[in-house]
Design a protein around this ligand. Structure first.
Ligand SMILES: C[S@@+](CC[C@H](N)C(=O)[O-])C[C@H]1O[C@@H](n2cnc3c(N)ncnc32)[C@H](O)[C@@H]1O
Length: 203
């Protein structure tokens, strides 16, 4: 299996497109994060949070007893999250590289990473996730599946990156196994255009 090579980083000039209401016609963020296992009281990191499409859903899912750290590398993108959700008592906004988060080790119950893992070196990202997650904590990954499953008509401008930029499930599974993760759940949306994988790393 060939390792995934990131070829593209999200253009910050398109930050507002991450909050396009059309996305909600395709994805119900709260239903999805709950299906992926985010629940009351959890301490969750939203890695590559962008403008915060999923962050409010994570806040709602963890409730007042939980905590969300939303981490994003590109300042112009995270400013939108700051505008809308800055000051929320359960939210820490962090501008940092997800490969070197600066977060404390083994403090987090879950790491959620949506449509971002394909933009970074997967091996290094998984190592940082493992460092910050508590033993047996939840890694919840959502990303783009095969292009052929993504109907332009339904997705409008949200057809996603070209196939060669995607981190397809088979390649992600290769990286997970190589790094000692056990897959614990799998799901799809739009017939596999979007897929999610949960994994845990035994101590
Ligand atoms: C396609 S966007 C998805 C954003 C958000 N998760 C969502 O679904 O709306 C990918 C995001 O990952 C961020 N990103 C890419 N590389 C990163 C890195 N090394 N560290 C932190 N964030 C990164 C990009 O700036 C961008 O905001």
């Amino acid at each position: 299996m060939v390792e995934h090579q990131p070829k593209h980083r999200f253009d910050p000039a398109r930050a507002r497109s991450l909050l396009d209401p059309q996305r909600r016609l395709i994805i119900d963020p709260l239903a999805l994060v709950q299906e992926m296992g985010i629940s009351t009281g959890m301490r969750v990191v939203d890695l590559g949070c962008g403008a915060g499409f999923f962050t409010p859903a994570l806040l709602e899912a963890v409730g007042t007893t939980g905590l969300v750290a939303a981490l994003e590398l590109q300042q112009p993108v995270v400013e939108l999250l700051q505008e809308n959700w800055g000051g929320h008592p359960g939210l820490d906004i962090i501008v940092s590289d997800l490969l070197d988060t600066g977060l404390a080790a083994t403090e987090w119950d879950a790491v959620f990473i949506a449509f971002t893992l394909h933009e970074v070196p997967v091996k290094a990202a998984l190592a940082e996730v493992r460092r910050i997650l508590r033993p047996n904590g939840l890694l919840a990954i959502l990303d783009w599946g095969h292009m052929q499953s993504c109907p332009e008509r339904e997705l409008g401008q949200k057809a996603g990156p070209p196939e060669e930029e995607r981190l397809l499930p088979a390649v992600l599974r290769y990286h997970l196994v190589e790094a000692g993760w056990q897959e614990t759940a799998y799901g799809e949306r739009l017939g596999g255009c979007h897929y999610w994988i949960n994994a845990r790393h035994q101590p």
